[in-house]
Ligand binder design. Structure first.
Ligand code: SAH
Length: 364
């Protein structure tokens, strides 16, 4: 039994079964036993690998996107570059190096990182200090100071909590985590029904026993981002794995040492995520007032940003071994069998701004 499982059992015994949302929040960010709070989960020796850790090309191309966004914002003399859930700080370091090529940009930007984990904050601090970059840290996006902004989030939304509801007859009942007869953590059905407002048309089409997911937490952050970029001139780029259209299905998953594991068995010691519903995210960004662009697949986005050209440029300065590594990395980031298809990219801007590259609709 993990340390967190003991804590969860005590809470459930005292207060009754908890929703999947609370289970996710405690699993990932419980101050003492939360998965992210005291460890570095990334890389070969960790539990999973994210795109910025696959190759510098990922962060560099996002840096080019941010520089272009700043340009179509009419190059404000001061703006906030915000990253949500910056992991090891690798993406931000690569991003700033590439975006800094644009004259005037480095003097205009002030970096704000939204991070809950003390362990990862320390790591981000180290990565950025090594690159000569200064940053400010915040617990929540709402704490980032006002002003023009460019927001980047890679694999952040998948870590925010979801609620799950199961179709039972005419109603949807909340899926919860409770205790079985042996006192072990077990899934069950709670008494709460899905709030009417959360029932978009698609949910009604779920079959008996099917699970539908929605995430008030993700939508709240997306709506706030939408309001900021629309109200103060700005742009946001959100990258995550998930689906383009809303639909039924259980996507809650735990990963440890690069393998899927049982969700309830490793509470606090495995990464816990679910697929991002990009249609719901787009609606929330629009509710905030922003114009939404995409989603594109990660492959389409990276190719549109010049992944091939970047790969070739790096290869010209590389030896044979490094060239092979670069080819594999580009493949992994952009190909359908890698992250290229499952991962999606969506952008949001002030509605008065031109369509950012590479989201322009095909003019046919
Ligand atoms: N973007 C990074 C890391 C992705 S992992 C990369 O691509 O490598 C998720 C990140 O979000 C971690 O840094 C984690 O600590 C942070 N995080 C998770 N839940 C959070 C929350 N509720 N608020 C702020 N940061 C959170």
């Amino acid at each position: 039994m993990t340390a967190l499982a003991g804590e969860l059992k005590r809470q459930i015994a005292a207060d009754g079964p908890m929703g999947i949302d609370r289970f996710m929040v405690l699993s990932l960010t419980h101050p003492r036993h939360g998965y992210y709070m005291g460890r570095d989960p990334f890389g070969r020796g960790g539990d999973f690998i994210t795109a910025p850790e696959v190759s510098q090309m990922f962060g560099e191309l996002i840096g080019v996107w941010c520089a272009a966004a700043w340009q179509i914002m009419d190059m404000p003399a001061a703006f906030n570059l915000v990253e949500l859930g910056p992991g090891r700080g690798t993406l931000m370091a690569d991003l700033v190096r590439a975006a800094g090529v644009m004259p005037g940009l480095v003097d205009a930007l002030s970096i704000h990182l939204v991070e809950v984990s003390p362990a990862l904050r320390a790591m981000q601090d180290k990565t950025l200090a090594n690159a000569g970059i200064k940053a400010h840290w915040h617990e929540r996006f709402a704490d980032v100071p006002a002003g023009p902004l460019v927001v980047v989030a890679n694999e952040f939304f998948d870590a925010l909590p979801i609620r799950q509801f199961v179709r039972t007859g005419a109603s949807f009942r909340e899926r919860v985590v409770g205790l079985d007869e042996a006192g072990e953590l077990a899934f069950g059905l709670g008494s709460d029904e899905m709030p009417g407002a959360a029932m978009p048309e698609w949910a009604r089409q779920a079959a008996e026993g099917e699970i539908i997911e929605f995430s008030p937490a993700r939508e709240a952050v997306a709506e706030e981002i939408g309001a900021r970029v629309a109200g103060e001139k700005g742009a946001a780029l959100i990258i995550d794995y998930g689906h383009t259209a809303s639909g039924a299905g259980d996507t809650l998953q735990a990963v440890r040492k690069h393998r899927p594991v049982a969700v309830l068995k490793h509470a606090g010691e495995a990464d816990l995520t679910s697929h991002v519903d990009f249609a719901a995210l787009a609606r929330a960004l629009e509710r905030g007032g922003a114009k939404v662009h995409g989603p594109l697949t990660q492959g389409e986005f990276l190719m549109g940003m010049g992944l091939r050209e970047r790969e070739e440029a790096l290869k010209r300065r590389a030896d044979q071994r490094q060239r092979i590594i670069l080819s594999r990395a580009a493949q992994r980031l952009a190909a359908g069998v890698g992250m290229g298809q499952l991962f999606k990219v969506i952008a949001a801007t002030d509605p008065g701004m031109p369509e950012p590259h590479p989201f322009q609709r095909d003019p046919q």
